[in-house]
Design a protein around this ligand. Structure first.
Ligand code: NAP
Ligand code: ZN
Length: 368
């Protein structure tokens, strides 16, 4: 046995957990900048709770609420300048994966004066990023417990991640009240993203005993929520289970990374504006089929938990949640495959994959 387990984020779960743990929110400094999306902070109710607790603790705060979906380098540079001007000493991230990932970049840029945003991708910084508090308002990315930030890099026409242990949030507050206002389609896409993290982390080169145990639990929890997700009947208990599941799946990828599902999903988001979780969901079935012979025992475990008889049935199972309703030309898919095959995480796939095979996965997933 040989692996490292490292998860430095304190996770606090429960209804009203911010109100009940004010010191865990406020202890990181005196001048927080809140990084959030245009609406997610308000619609979730989290922004209100945070401001109330900060005020009660006598802290001034500044709000950067301009994070866009799939944040770009330009967008996080604006946030970094805002945080520098505000002389922020810690960052509170509120929102889905987009604001959480943007906040990680803002925390780095605010601490490192002359850093150009594209230098983030080196994953190396002279000064330690500002401390980050994370409050997820979607149940999907698990960014609250990962050392990754995924940013849109217009120059290379793709999304690209950077990683550093110092961007693990110091504390994450998981209150399922905050996911109540999620539109049904976003709830499904984000839950499928988390499922994808659990499955990719389980079926990959870097999986280890502990990440496997956590991944199987996350897959089981997803399955328990499948009917409610499908019907759109997401009561507090189900939303809490999904939030917990997404966090567990985040812990998995913090250790294992992702695989070709994610790197093949990024061009679908960049060029076709397909939401991140939906992009993964569209590819997941063919990913399992492609890898089946190389990881039969593990994939059979996944199918058993999900009560699916054959790997060939997985695409139908997922398409009931995520219908494939986009159209693609052959030349688009060829271009996506050429981009996706250059990603780092291709080597994390359990079976060696070629450009032609990635193209075949695209065709079967999106035109089959
Ligand atoms: P998102 O882009 O953060 O949000 C999707 C939409 O949902 C936005 O319009 C957002 O509004 C809205 N929304 C969020 N919370 C809401 C709430 N409680 N009520 C109502 N509306 C709400 O989606 P996401 O899937 O969570 O994050 C995707 C991003 O995370 C991608 O960039 C992806 O690459 C990244 N990601 C990161 C990791 C990691 O480990 N760091 C892992 C996987 C994915 P606003 O626009 O107002 O915010
Ligand atoms: Zn993801």
């Amino acid at each position: 046995m040989s692996f490292t387990y490292f998860m430095p984020t304190k996770v606090i779960i429960g209804r009203n957990c911010i109100d009940q743990n004010p010191n865990e929110l406020c202890k990181w400094g005196n001048r927080p900048v809140i990084v959030t999306g245009k609406t997610s902070g308000i619609k979730s109710g989290a922004l209100n709770d945070v401001i109330r607790v900060l005020k009660a603790n006598g802290q001034e705060h500044y709000i950067f609420d301009r994070v866009i979906n799939n944040p770009t380098l330009e967008n996080v540079a604006e946030g970094g300048a805002f945080a520098k001007n505000a002389r922020a000493d810690y960052i509170i991230a509120i929102g889905g994966g987009s604001p959480l990932d943007a906040a990680k970049a803002v925390a780095v840029l605010a601490a490192n004066d002359d850093m150009k945003p594209e230098e983030l991708y080196s994953g190396e910084f002279e000064k330690r990023p500002l401390p980050i508090v994370a409050i997820p308002t979607t149940a999907g990315t698990g960014s609250e417990v990962t050392p990754y930030s995924i940013l849109t890099y217009n120059e290379i026409q793709n999304k690209k991640s950077f990683a550093n242990d110092d961007i693990f949030p110091r504390v994450a507050f998981l209150d399922a009240s905050y996911t109540k206002a999620l539109p049904h389609d976003v709830a499904i896409h984000t839950a499928v993203d988390a499922l994808s993290h659990a499955i990719e982390g389980y079926v990959c080169v870097k999986a280890n005993k502990m990440s496997d145990m956590i991944a199987l639990e996350a897959i089981k929890l997803f399955n328990e929520c499948y009917d409610a997700l499908s019907l759109g009947a997401l009561h507090f208990e189900t939303r809490e289970k999904l939030l917990y599941m997404a966090m567990l799946a985040g812990v998995v990828i913090a250790h294992t990374g992702t695989t070709i599902v994610h790197s093949m999903g990024y061009p679908l988001t960049f060029f076709k504006n397909i939401p991140h979780g939906k992009a993964n969901g569209l590819l997941l079935g063919q990913f399992l089929k492609f890898n089946y012979e190389a990881a039969k025992d593990k994939i059979d475990n996944v199918l058993k938990i999900m009560d699916i008889s054959f790997v060939d049935d997985f695409p139908t199972f997922i398409s009931e949640l995520i219908p494939q309703d986009e159209s693609f030309t052959d030349s688009e898919l060829t271009e996506f495959a050429e981009i996706a095959i250059t990603a780092k995480n291709v080597s994390n796939n359990i079976r060696k994959v070629s450009l032609e095979q990635e193209l075949d996965i695209y065709i079967k997933s999106l035109k089959g």
